[in-house]
Design a protein around this ligand. Sequence first.
Ligand code: SF4
Length: 344
Amino acid sequence: MWANLISWSKKEFSDLPWRRKRSVYGTLVSEIMLQQTTVSTVINHFERFITKYPTLSAIARMSDEEMLLAWKGLGYYRRAKNLKKIAEIIVSDYEDEIPCDLDLLLKINGIGPYTANAIVGIGYDKPALAVDANLERVLARIYGIETPKGPRLQKQILQLFLEKKIIPQRHLSFRELNEALMDLGRTICQSKKAACEICPLKKECQAFKTNKVKQIPVISEEASKKVSHELKLLRIVVKTSEGVMAYKKGQGQWLEGQWEIPTFVISCDDKNFKQYPKAKDEIDFNKLPFIKTGITKYSIENYILTLSVKQWKSFAINGEYEWLKGEEINHLSTSSLKCLEKIK
Ligand code: SF4
């Protein structure tokens, strides 16, 4: 059964850049890049990043600003800061060598259970299972585990794996197994759409055999009550020969340390939302061009208003704004850059 899965994965996905030329460093970087980001986005950035910064020392030497710039296009900049922090610790405490030990890895600030298991399982090809939402779903379906989705299910899967009750551990490459399960979850065994008919595991899959694919993983009552929030933002573009007007996000704000175009809240159904000031009521945002983005539990519509400097002044906004010019414009957050792109 696993041999089928692994040969399917190798046939379809062995050409991913981080699988072509292996290194534990490459595994660490690609796994951090792949968290909350699609494979196609990471494909566009991985090689460029790893060519320019081929070692952890090279990352550790970068300034915070340079690191954010190097991460451009990948979003979720907290990960860039994390990777830099991880690099600094491994360079100083482990002589630049990534440990092959789950306990040691988990002591490194910024490395959680998923990344630690990915480093050991994929990077070092040793017994370890990188259980994220993908592997959680796939393994719960294959073994028909009906524990509600979440940390308890992930822990149960890891425990079953450690007790050798799931997944035979002989004659198996853990690297290939982890990657094949990830590939299956990403492409065939998706959360809302499982293409069981073409799945290499359909003969063995408990959920498929018992017609429970839609019910597994089980969603707890508590989780099914959780809502996502609708957020409408007004994004203002002021462009002159001096550059693009922007401000730097402060501590505790989304995208802390990033540059952003002036942004205001038009509406939000989360009364506790306090990331941006309120927009003026008289703006008819419905006529403005807009793009959709998302962050954490917020689904965002960004309405883009272009203003001259004079109009901006009459907008009477307090705050420290600066002009970003030339290359500096690339320091803007991805959503700000998308807004600029939209009105080009
Ligand atoms: S048979 Fe269906 S539910 Fe089972 S692993 Fe394959 S795609 Fe997922």
